[in-house]
Write a protein that binds this ligand. Structure first.
Ligand code: PLP
Length: 359
């Protein structure tokens, strides 16, 4: 029986993306691969709304690698950054800044909540230089208000870094309008390809800032990636197969009408699920929902037990939470190659568990 994957990554891929993944890996230091990479960059740039002189680089590492690369390349011990820490991924930015000795303050929103103007007000005019946010805090399924953050950063002259790893292609974000300097995403979330590539899109302002940066790393030196990217190449051997999958996927989105159509599709899928789950004994965790994921708290059963049951008895993967949320929260993703019919399969399984008195 087919397994249905409702996790938040890696997710299910389209048949065309899978087909490319099954092919032999071609040689890549040639004009064919360069052309493919230049097209990848053009498409990501257009979907992100970055200014035309902005750039995208493709790093062979998971999303966390690019989060670390961005902190290492754009900030030093002379900076002072604000980090929204509302879950696992906010905490990850905190760890990265600690390791690289970038001074930071944490803004901690209430569990499951967006940040408020009051949360930000106390940092007004305090000489911060940067702002780091995981715009969809995937661990608890909370979408922060990017307009509010953008306004605050514009007013205070902050260099805004957005981890949109689970938000790119799911929630609207126009880098230019919002003055987002750097946007990070990854291959295994809404891009719905194999894991292994993460993408860093930089505005003209960000590229300019890199000129004075002296990063203590060879592999994560973004200036090298930018330079080789000019001719559609990368400094080191990239995950060629995944970059070819990404090309297929980006073109699929383009052919179906572009990023807005794709966002609308994910939104419809998420709304359909949230509507259908209403009659079941769950509480939606978040007061500010992203399109990519719904975090749920079971009213009676243990969250981790539901994850195990769905996997073993129904061939369905949902996403368990770890740590102190293990028993109280699990997540259902709406990204990847899923349809409303697939939502029905999951809802039917949950209804079945409910009938059996498990929920
Ligand atoms: C998935 C994810 C990441 C990165 O995870 P990796 O496992 O390193 O690819 C980072 N931030 C957010 C918000 C995510 O959803």
């Amino acid at each position: 029986m087919k397994k249905l994957n409702f996790t938040v990554g890696p997710v299910m891929s389209s048949d065309a993306v899978l087909d490319v993944g099954a092919e032999q890996i071609p040689y890549f230091r040639n004009s064919d691969f360069s052309a493919l990479m230049l097209e990848n960059e053009e498409l990501v740039k257009s979907f992100s709304g970055v200014d035309s002189s902005g750039r995208t680089v493709f790093m062979t590492c998971s999303g966390t690698g690019s989060m670390e690369a961005v902190v290492m390349n754009f900030f030093t011990s002379n900076d002072k950054v604000l980090i929204i820490n509302g879950g696992t991924f906010g905490q990850r930015f905190v760890e990265i800044c600690k390791i690289h000795q970038v001074p930071y303050s944490e803004i901690r929103p209430q569990f499951g909540c967006d940040i408020t103007d009051e949360d930000l007000a106390q940092y007004e005019g305090k000489h911060y230089t940067g702002f780091l946010v995981n715009i969809d805090e995937t661990s608890v399924g909370v979408l922060y208000n990017i307009e509010r953050i953008s306004k605050f950063c514009k007013a205070n002259g902050l260099f805004l870094v957005v981890d949109a790893i689970s938000s790119f292609l799911c929630d609207p974000l126009n880098m230019k309008e919002l003055d987002v300097a750097v946007m990070i995403t990854g291959s295994q979330k809404a891009l719905a390809c194999a894991p292994g590539i993460s993408l860093i899109t930089m505005s003209e302002k960000a590229i300019h800032r890199l000129k004075d940066s002296k990063v203590s790393s060879l592999y994560f030196d973004l200036s090298l990636a930018l330079k080789d990217g000019e001719r559609g190449q990368t400094p080191f051997t990239p995950a060629v197969g995944i970059l070819r999958q990404i090309n297929v996927r980006l073109n699929e989105i383009k052919q179906k009408g572009g990023v807005d159509v794709e966002i609308e599709r994910v939104h419809a899928l998420a709304s359909d699920f949230r509507h259908k789950i209403k009659s079941l004994p769950f509480k939606i965790v978040s007061k500010s929902l992203p399109n990519a994921v719904t975090a749920l708290t079971p009213l009676h059963a243990k969250a981790y037990d539901i994850f195990l049951k769905l996997q073993s008895e129904y061939n369905i993967w949902v996403c368990p939470n770890g740590g102190n949320l293990k028993d109280s929260v699990f997540r259902v993703g709406h990204i990847g190659y899923l349809t409303e019919k697939d939502n029905d399969v999951l809802i039917n399984a949950l209804e079945d568990l409910s009938r059996k008195g498990f929920l």
